[in-house]
Design a binder for this molecule. Structure first.
Ligand code: NA7
Length: 562
């Protein structure tokens, strides 16, 4: 039976999936380039990650003056960040401001979840179906679906029977959650948890922190924005942005270019203390070889352990909080405020579940394998995300010859430049696996990708091309290069992290981001475009291909055949 349901299909040059920082940037730039574009967003507001991660204490670990769009000088001059590191509400306000300021909302469709993305060979266009029933057709599809956007609640016995409330940090209720006077359990001690724990501890009756792997948490050293700092940045924004785009990590943090082993013990300690005072991710720029030389890495790790020992009064708790068998930085470094100090509060208990794991969520709380019980009113999962590939695999685009992305990536993601996938013509991924992505200031990486995509689309328009597609060989070579780059670092020796997908049962363990540096990467993608898009095949338009972009046509959508 062939269904003959007639569905209105809306035609655009480009459809962007997701209205977070990437989608908002894409709609602005594509529109500027004269491309008709529609953004489809499942939530009822823009913001993406910053829309959903509303947990108490949620904050960016890149300085706000850096973590912001550079595409409009008026915007960067007029927007005022109130703190050195912006909190989630302020970043969400910023994204909303951008959407309003540039009148982007008229091209953004909220409350619209994309349920299928399929390449139609005959028309050589992408067809996107949504949960509203609306169907869209586009020459280009831009996946701006986020890299930490699929919240991971581990499968735990008994969760359905829990009588209290439970939340995941990455899917926090819009109206907030009242935790005051409650017995609260937090599972996880990654970035989200280390931001959340000190805030929850302020009002909870008792807070139990269930820690499986201790991670390194730096003091963020956050403070209100200093007027002289803001003034200096605003006077020098072009140079600041240029520096960030050419830097290793896409921001302005100062790097020590000396190797740890070239420095005396005293000089190394002084550098580490300096980094501790600078706060947050500055620690990872302490030595040029901190992520390549195990002994230098261990020196920095022990420095942090000593800080923990000097901060936490109970020595058993302190030792439990000290990360072991984990190179510093190979699980994403955490940046918090008063994290270790919080464990000195009477109403906070650290429960190590490394050797005595959580067995069951009971109706009353948590029971560990040895039978210990923790009665709880609220349970918070700070258990992370199906990172980098999760959102893409969930949508599971169907490319040429009916091949699904999930099948193509069954043994781990393969991309060309983290931007395109062979067999998926005209599909662009913003900050995809194989690009610096989570290894960088995300806004810099987003802007670099959007710039490249707009340039490619403009090139195709000017040369009358219908399709662009990465060659299988270019993709193989690039994927090997991504792996080789990681193999020269300590990441290759420390695979138990979401960088490798190791936090998701059954996910292939493959290092996903590109660690070759944001500046090198940007030069590479720019050179490729300058050299006529090496590694890409273009297909020209033939009769019947493509629909008039702005038209609204009624077309037969044939679904279901048996
Ligand atoms: P992360 O960094 O993935 O942290 C998740 C935490 O949850 C981590 O401590 C995990 O321990 C813990 N976890 C996960 N499953 C379990 C179970 N079953 N039992 C006990 N503990 C568990 O997620 P975040 O949200 O904190 O941060 C994600 C990124 O967002 C962050 O890096 C920033 O870039 C922004 P494990 O280490 O696996 O033993």
């Amino acid at each position: 039976m062939i269904s003959d349901t007639r569905t209105e299909i809306q035609h655009y040059d480009a459809v962007v999936v997701g209205a977070g920082l990437a989608g908002v940037c894409a709609v602005y730039q594509l529109r500027e380039a004269g491309v008709t574009v529609r953004v489809l967003e499942a939530a009822d507001g823009v913001g993406g990650t910053w829309y959903h991660n509303r947990y108490p204490g949620a904050r960016c670990d890149i300085e706000s003056l850096d973590y912001s769009y550079s595409f409009s000088n008026e915007l960067q001059q007029e927007w005022h960040w109130s703190e050195r590191y912006a909190g989630q509400p302020e970043i969400l306000r910023y994204i909303n401001h951008v959407a309003d300021r540039f009148d982007l909302r008229r091209d953004i469709e909220l409350n619209t979840r994309v349920v299928e993305v399929r390449f139609e060979e005959t028309g050589q266009r992408w067809i996107l179906s949504t949960d509203t029933g609306k169907v869209y057709s586009a020459k280009y599809v831009v996946m701006a679906t986020g890299v930490l956007s699929v919240a991971q609640v581990p499968s735990m016995k008994g969760l359905d029977d829990f009588k209290g409330q439970w939340f995941h940090t990455g899917d926090w209720p819009k109206d907030g959650a009242d935790l005051s006077g409650k017995r609260v359990g937090v599972i996880g001690t990654g970035s989200s948890a280390t931001q959340l724990i000190p805030i929850v501890a302020q009002s909870a009756k008792h807070l139990y922190v269930f820690q499986r792997t201790a991670n390194y948490t730096m003091p963020a050293q956050n403070h209100p924005m200093k007027p002289e700092v803001e003034k200096e940045w605003k006077e020098n924004y072009p140079e600041r942005r240029k520096f960030a785009w050419a830097s290793g990590f896409g921001h302005n943090q100062v790097t020590n270019h000396l190797r740890g082993k070239e420095m005396s013990r005293e000089a190394r300690l002084a550098e580490l203390e300096n980094r501790w005072q600078l706060g947050g991710l500055y620690m990872m720029r302490a030595f040029k070889d901190i992520l390549t030389d195990p002994e230098v890495n261990e020196f920095a790790a022990e420095f942090v352990r000593n800080k923990i020992r000097n901060t936490v009064h109970n020595q058993e708790t302190a030792e439990n909080l000290c990360p072991r068998d984990l190179y510093i930085g190979t699980k994403r470094l955490c940046s918090g405020t008063n994290y270790y100090e919080t464990f000195n509060q009477q109403n906070v208990s650290l429960v190590s579940v490394k050797h005595n794991p959580i067995d069951t969520i009971t109706p009353e709380g948590i029971r560990l394998e040895d039978g210990a019980q923790y009665p709880l009113d609220v349970l918070i999962f700070a258990t992370g995300f199906d990172a980098m590939t999760g959102a893409l695999n969930k949508i599971n685009p169907i490319g040429r010859n009916g091949r699904a992305l999930r099948d193509v990536w069954a043994e781990g993601p393969k991309t060309y430049l983290g931007l395109c996938v062979s067999g998926f013509p005209n599909m662009f991924v913003i900050t995809g696996p194989g690009s610096p992505s989570v290894f960088s200031n995300m806004v810099t990486s987003i802007e670099q990708h959007v710039e490249w995509i707009v340039r490619c689309v403009t090139h195709m328009k000017n040369s009358g091309m219908q399709t662009v597609e990465a060659t299988p060989q270019a993709q193989e070579d690039w994927t090997r290069h991504v792996t080789d780059a990681a193999s020269r670092t300590l990441y290759a020796k420390s695979q138990n992290s979401w960088f490798h997908g190791a936090n998701i049962p059954g996910k292939p363990v493959v290092f996903m981001p590109y660690v070759g540096g944001v500046g090198n990467y940007y030069k590479k993608i720019t050179d490729i475009a300058n050299n006529g898009y090496e590694g890409f095949n273009f297909g020209s338009a033939s009769s019947g291909i493509g629909q008039p972009a702005e038209s609204r046509l009624t077309a037969a959508a044939g679904h279901g055949r048996d």
